[in-house]
Design a protein. Structure first.
Length: 516
C-alpha cells in the first residue's frame, strides 16, 4: 500500500509560482557564498570552547571529555574534534557552509515530496534567507546549525518511508530516519524533532487509516533498529575515547534541569529581557511572521493533509524547545528553520500572496542585515586578549579565564587546568568555587589568569578565590576591560594592549583574502 501523505490540496488551488525552476540551485548557492566572507571572523566563545574540548578529546582524563567538561553530547564534540584537526575555526566555518547547503537542499526536497516542485521553490528561498540572517547568529557554527541537516534528513526519510510502495524500501527509509534521529540528538540533545515528526505522522495516519497496522509495525521496528544501532555505535566510540556514558547522559539531561534552576535564580527581569530580545529578533528577521502565518492557517483550516498537520506539530515542538531553553540565545531560533521553511512552503501552495509578502520581507531583512554585517569588525575582545597573551607566553604556559570566555583560552593557544570553560557549568557544578580554588592553589595552577573588572559574579562564593588571587598572582595588564594576571613567581613579558577590542578586519577584507 502506498500512502502519499500530502494530496489533500486541490490542484485548482495551486497557482503557478512566480519563482523560476532554478530557484533551489540559486538559493543553495547563495546560502553558501553568503557565508564565505565571515569565515575569518573571530570564534565565538561557544565555537572556541567546543574546539578546545574536541581538540583535547583524545582519551580518558580528569573530566568528562578528557580535560574539559561540557553539557553537550559526543557527536557534537566529535564534529569539533575533526574541525580542530583540520585547521580549527576556518574548517569549522566550512562545516557551517555545508550544513547550510544541506538544510536548503534537504528542506526543498522534503517539500517537493509533499506538495510538488512549486512549493519546494518557496521553501528553498525561506531556508536560504534564514540560514544567512545575521540576526539569528548563524555565522557562528553551533549545535543548532550542525544538527539541522540530520533533522531535515530524518524528516525526509520518514516521508519516503510512508510513501514507499515496497515494504523493504519503506523499512530501509524508516531505519535511516532512526539513524538521523539519534544523530540530531547527539549533536544537540533537545533536537528530537525526527522522532516527534515520525510519531505524529504515524498517529495521524493511523487515525485516518492511511497506513495499515502491519506497515506501522514494520516502520516502527525499522526506526527503532536504526536508533539502536546508531546509539550502540556512538556509545562504543564515546567509551573508546575514555568518556563515561553515564556522565554523558547526566550532562545531556539531568544537568540541564539543574542548570535551569540556576538560570531561574538569576531573576525574572533578566529572563524577560532576553526573551523580549529573542522575540524582537524573530520579528525583525521575518521568522515570527512566517510562523504566525502557518499557525494561523492551521487554526482556520480543518481539511489538511497528514503531512501538513505533522509539519505544523513539528514547528510547535521546535518553538516550545526554544522557549524552554531558558537562556533565549538568538541562535536557538535556528532550530525553527527546517520545520518553518517546509511548513511555509506547503502554505505557499494555497496562500501564495500571503507567503510571498512575508518571504519578501524576510529576504529584505536578511539582505540588509548581511550588508551591515560586512562592515562590522570581525574580531572580538576574547580574541584580542588571547592573542596578546599568546605573544607574551612561553611553551608549557597554561591559562584560566573566569568564568567562561573560552575564546580567550582558545586564541591564546594555551590549555586550561580548570575543566569548566563556560559560566553555567561553573555556577551549577562549582558554585562555591572549591574546585577552582583547588586549581589556583595547587601544583597545576595556571601561569596566566584573566578576570573581569571584578572576581565577583552572581551565584558564586568568591571569597577564597579572591584571596588566592591576591596572594599568588599579580595584575600585569588590562585588555578590553579585563584584568590579566601572572603567577607571582613567574616572569614574562607584559602583554600588549589591543589597538581595538573588536579587531580591525572586516568581512570586505575576508572577501579579498578568499580571492586568488
Amino acid at each position: 500500500m502506498t500512502t502519499t501523505l500530502e494530496r489533500r490540496i486541490p490542484r485548482a488551488a495551486r497557482s503557478r509560482s512566480p519563482l523560476p525552476s532554478w530557484t533551489v540551485t540559486a538559493a543553495a548557492t547563495i546560502a553558501v557564498i553568503g557565508r564565505l566572507p565571515f569565515i575569518g571572523r573571530a570564534p565565538s566563545p561557544d565555537e572556541a570552547g567546543y574546539l578546545l574540548v574536541g581538540g583535547h578529546w583524545n582519551g580518558s582524563g580528569s573530566s568528562l571529555y578528557a580535560s574539559y567538561w561540557v553539557d553537550r553530547p559526543p557527536l557534537l564534540v566529535t564534529v569539533f574534534k575533526f574541525a580542530s584537526s583540520l585547521g580549527g575555526v576556518h574548517a569549522l566555518r566550512l562545516f557551517g557552509c555545508l550544513a547550510a547547503l544541506a538544510v536548503v537542499v534537504g528542506a526543498a526536497r522534503v517539500t517537493r515530496l509533499l506538495a510538488g516542485e512549486e512549493a519546494s521553490l518557496w521553501t528553498a528561498v525561506i531556508a536560504a534567507a534564514l540560514c544567512l540572517s545575521p540576526l539569528l547568529g548563524v555565522y557562528a557554527v553551533n549545535g543548532e546549525l550542525l544538527a539541522a541537516p540530520f533533522v531535515v534528513g530524518g524528516v525526509g526519510a520518514v516521508v519516503r518511508a510512508i510513501q514507499a510502495p515496497e515494504r523493504r524500501r519503506a523499512m530501509v527509509f524508516a531505519a535511516v530516519a532512526g539513524v538521523m534521529a539519534v544523530c540530531a540528538a547527539l549533536v544537540k540533545q533537545n533536537f528530537v524533532d525526527v522522532a516527534v515528526f515520525a510519531a505524529v505522522v504515524l498517529a495521524i495516519s493511523s487515525i485516518r487509516r492511511e497506513v495499515p497496522t502491519r506497515r506501522r509495525i514494520d516502520l516502527s521496528v525499522a526506526f527503532l533498529a536504526g536508533t539502536a544501532a546508531t546509539l550502540a555505535l556512538f556509545a562504543a566510540w564515546t567509551a573508546a575515547h575514555g568518556t563515561s556514558l553515564g556522565g554523558v547522559f547526566y550532562a545531556m539531561y539531568p544537568f540541564r534541569v539543574r542548570a535551569g534552576n540556576v538560570i531561574a535564580a538569576a531573576g525574572a527581569d533578566h529572563a524577560s529581557a532576553r526573551l523580549y530580545g529573542l522575540i524582537g529578533v524573530a520579528t525583525t528577521s521575518g521568522l515570527l511572521l512566517l510562523a504566525l502565518a502557518v499557525i494561523g492557517d492551521a487554526a482556520l483550516r480543518r481539511h489538511r493533509g497528514t503531512a501538513s498537520w505533522s509539519v505544523v506539530g513539528l514547528l510547535v515542538f521546535a518553538a516550545a524547545s526554544v522557549l524552554l531553553g531558558g537562556s533565549y540565545w538568538h541562535h536557538y531560533l535556528i532550530g525553527l528553520i527546517v520545520p518553518l521553511s517546509i511548513a511555509a512552503g506547503l502554505l505557499a501552495v494555497s496562500r501564495p500572496r500571503v507567503v510571498g509578502s512575508i518571504v519578501a520581507f524576510t529576504v529584505a531583512s536578511t539582505a540588509i542585515a548581511w550588508v551591515g554585517a560586512l562592515t562590522l569588525d570581525q574580531g572580538s575582545p576574547g580574541q584580542s586578549i588571547g592573542t596578546s597573551i599568546a605573544a607574551a607566553s612561553q611553551a608549557g604556559d597554561t591559562i584560566v579565564s573566569l568564568y567562561g570566555h573560552a575564546d580567550v583560552v582558545q586564541t591564546s593557544g594555551l590549555s586550561s587546568p580548570y575543566e569548566h570553560l563556560w559560566s553555567l557549568p561553573v555556577k551549577t557544578l562549582d558554585p562555591r568555587l572549591t574546585e577552582l580554588d583547588s586549581v589556583l592553589s595547587g601544583p597545576d595552577a595556571p601561569i596566566w589568569l584573566v578576570t573581569g573588572p571584578s572576581v565577583r559574579s552572581w551565584g558564586l562564593s568568591t571569597q577564597h578565590v579572591s584571596a588566592t588571587i591576591a596572594r599568588d598572582y599579580r595584575e600585569v595588564q588590562t585588555i578590553c576591560d579585563r584584568s590579566v594576571y601572572l603567577r607571582s613567581n613567574i616572569q614574562r613579558a607584559v602583554p600588549k594592549t589591543a589597538p581595538s577590542c573588536d579587531g580591525t578586519t572586516t568581512a570586505f577584507t575576508s572577501i579579498k583574502d578568499l580571492l586568488p
